[in-house]
Design a protein around this ligand. Structure first.
Ligand code: FES
Length: 104
């Protein structure tokens, strides 16, 4: 495990998407309504367009490129099915959001 700071905890909020950089990698912090914040690779599993510019309504994330639809609670692609956003371990520590990219 090698957690690193990606943004202040005060910048994330329930129902919102926050794009961040971890070194040269773009990630997104998704905090679905009624759920827990999670960290995902920002590259859409379709063609790699940034999901940091996606449209998140608090439950569902839409990729702006071709309209793939993701469940904000678990990153699973709802349309088309069978795909998933890549999730990274995340924690809140000392007022910071920390993500572990060691698996890359
Ligand atoms: S790159 Fe996201 S739907 Fe095509």
């Amino acid at each position: 495990m090698a957690f690193e700071d990606v943004c202040k905890q005060s910048l994330i909020a329930e129902g919102e998407l926050v794009p961040c950089m971890a070194g040269k990698k773009e990630i997104v912090i998704l905090w679905p309504e009624g759920g827990e914040p999670k960290a995902y690779d920002a590259r859409c599993p379709h063609e790699g367009v940034s999901l940091g510019r996606g449209d998140f309504n608090g439950r569902i994330l839409y990729c702006i490129a071709h309209g793939w639809v993701f469940d904000g609670r678990n990153g699973h692609c709802l349309q088309p099915s069978g795909w998933c956003m890549k999730e990274y371990p995340m924690r809140l520590e000392r007022g910071m959001v920390q993500v572990d990219l060691a698996q890359d």
